[in-house]
Design a protein around this ligand. Structure first.
Ligand code: SP5
Ligand code: ZN
Length: 365
């Protein structure tokens, strides 16, 4: 399997975040990436993976998903912040424009001058610190997704076959993306790599000029509120998420969120309790594949791949073991679609690499 990776993604390295009220080391750390790469390169796995560097495809595909004003903000935020005397560690908001305030309209406040006010406008939590290097890393992370998606399209168009398993490409993105919507970052996510690549796959028209259908399967422990937001009024892609019901990002991910307008019925949330085990998870995953993903009739599958479902994950709460990840990979393989894996979360360093590798090895079994 081809793996897209870049050292530039290591450059985003904020010192701290606030977690459950405490100042802690930044959870979404660069070492996450190193640990995954090392595991993919171990003697037993390396023959299954071919590492490639992303090409620079520019901003076009990013601007299909994200507002230009938000992109400009991400590029300039750190410099403006420092010019206004902000702490050199990076940009962190201190107040958010809640919808419950008397007169908060985005139009009214988007001309904010203060960089600390802008920080609250463009971010919804305290875990998306913007440093001098953040833009380079998030741009590169998106380029990894775009390069991987283009490669999958190419392989599929050339009818290249992988022996015994569907086509698969791994976008080893970092920073992750599924909490970011078109103009708000959060949960360590700035650009929504899954949304950007899903749209690329959709817009690669078939020989009759028709859009392709994409199903997104989000298996990160957290609800992908950003991806849900972005596609909420669209019937393509289908968005399916299995996630913790009573955890971050707290305000989204209910079964009643089914999409709206043309998108009604194309957003599928499966919130799960803390006691979720290997058995329960796999059963529900197989069920949603059979009942929702297969009938949808997609041309491509995009997996938002988080392994923070692991039992010892420092910010997770499920009971899942290392054994489950190969099984999950095999279940995904059974969908029999060309598949783009896009890296999201996973924070327990001792098993992060092996859990990610096992999903991919299971897919190639
Ligand atoms: C991509 C991704 O996985 N982002 C997640 C970022 C979550 N940051 C806030 C975590 C809050 C953890 N609260 C602990 C509750 C105990 N289950
Ligand atoms: Zn997560």
């Amino acid at each position: 399997m081809k793996v897209y990776y870049s050292d530039i993604c290591l450059k985003h390295a904020p010192k701290h975040e606030i977690l459950s009220g405490a100042l802690v080391d930044y959870v979404e750390s660069p070492s996450r990436l190193t640990t995954i790469v090392n595991q993919l390169r171990t003697q037993s796995s390396s023959k299954h993976f071919e590492f490639l560097s992303p090409s620079d495809h520019g901003l076009d595909a990013i601007l299909v998903i994200h507002d230009v004003e938000y992109i400009e903000y991400l590029k300039s935020a750190y410099k403006e912040w420092c010019e206004e005397g902000g702490n050199k560690n990076g940009v962190i908001p201190e107040a958010f424009p809640h919808s419950g305030f008397t007169s908060v309209s985005r139009d009214k406040i988007k001309n904010l001058k203060s960089s600390i006010a802008k920080a609250g406008l463009y971010c919804f939590d305290l875990s998306c610190c913007i440093t001098e290097e953040t833009w380079d890393a998030v741009y590169e992370s998106a380029q990894i997704g775009i390069s991987a998606a283009k490669e999958l399209i190419k392989l599929n168009n050339e009818s290249v076959c992988d022996k015994g398993h569907p086509l698969g490409v791994f976008a080893l993105c970092r920073p992750p993306g599924h909490h970011a919507n078109s103009k708000i970052s959060g949960g360590g996510c700035f650009l929504n790599n899954a949304a950007i690549t899903a749209k690329l796959l959709i817009n690669n028209l078939d020989s009759n000029g028709n859009a392709r259908k994409v199903a997104i399967l989000d298996i990160d422990y957290h609800h992908g509120n950003g991806t849900q937001d972005i596609f909420y009024s669209q019937s393509n892609p289908l968005y399916v998420s299995l996630h913790a019901s009573n955890d971050y990002p707290w305000f989204t991910g209910e079964v009643t969120e089914i999409g709206e307008g043309e998108g009604e019925g194309y957003n599928v949330n499966i919130p799960l309790p803390e006691e979720t085990s290997d058995e329960i998870y796999c059963e529900l995953l197989e069920k949603v594949i059979k009942e929702r993903i297969i009938p949808y009739g997609a041309n491509y599958l995009l997996v938002s791949l988080g392994v923070d479902t692991y039992k010892d994950d420092p910010i997770g709460g499920f009971q899942m073991t290392t054994d489950v990840y190969k099984r999950i990979g095999r279940i995904i393989k059974s969908i029999e679609l060309p598949t783009l894996f896009v890296m999201e979360g996973g924070y327990y360093m001792e098993t992060l690499g092996i859990n990610v590798t096992n999903v991919l090895l299971g897919f190639m079994d």
